[in-house]
Design a protein around this ligand. Sequence first.
Ligand SMILES: Nc1ncnc2c1ncn2[C@@H]1O[C@H](COP(=O)(O)OP(=O)(O)OP(=O)(O)O)[C@@H](O)[C@H]1O
Ligand SMILES: [Mg+2]
Length: 245
Amino acid sequence: MATQQTVVHLHQLCKEFVEGNQRRQVLSHVNGDFYRGEFAVLLGKSGSGKSTLLNLISGIESPSSGEVLVAGNSITAMKERQRTLFRRDHIGFVFQFFNLIPTLTVLENVTLPMELAGNGRSATQAAMNLLEQVGLADRRDTFPDKLSRGEQQRVAIARALVHDPMLVLADEPTGNLDEETGQRVLKLLLDLTRRQNKTLIMATHSAEVVPFADRVFRVHDGQLLTTAEAVPPLRPLQKPFIVPN
Ligand SMILES: Nc1ncnc2c1ncn2[C@@H]1O[C@H](COP(=O)(O)OP(=O)(O)OP(=O)(O)O)[C@@H](O)[C@H]1O
Ligand SMILES: [Mg+2]
């Protein structure tokens, strides 16, 4: 088997939230690795800590203790500003509720991450290329509130990928969509990430996603468990991916 290249390394990761005089330990000494080119699915019941884990991996939140390394860089040790820049350069995040900016057009929403990263000049071309791939090139000047939810989610996917991140985190990206649109959005996200050998980590409640995954985890009682549904060994990295119909 090809050597696996670690993209995300979790070391003794703990997260607790304090509310009043109550402490809730959501993640407890979580260890694990995610590899280049793999699609990992995080299952777990509501409140188990899936979003918390994705937020910690992206550096949106900081752990109570322990460490997250992305491509060997300690997100945890970075200062806030560094972390923001690192995220901007290397991580794409697809939010459950899209988080599109209502006052910006479709195209402007997608180019924003590149504008922020100072790559404004190549932004339009990269954004249009992705909008083409998600089937929304002709909606470039539309505002998000005029789009269906599936269309909004496709814009959110384009935005998460426009800066060519090595790591894509998706928090229930199909959670708000009807089954058919959800499947289309899933296939699209998978296809775009597989094609470029990106690492995709997705939190979801949809069991239909499981057959597509390289590995399946369950967040339970503060732990990250590999589940019986997991299909080891990992698919060889270079094998072309064909989405079954
Ligand atoms: N900022 C916060 N302050 C206090 N508690 C929080 C905070 N963020 C999350 N939690 C708690 O952490 C636990 C895990 O939340 P999280 O959102 O990670 O769950 P989840 O697995 O993503 O759930 P869902 O499937 O419903 O999205 C929950 O009990 C939640 O109340
Ligand atoms: Mg969640």
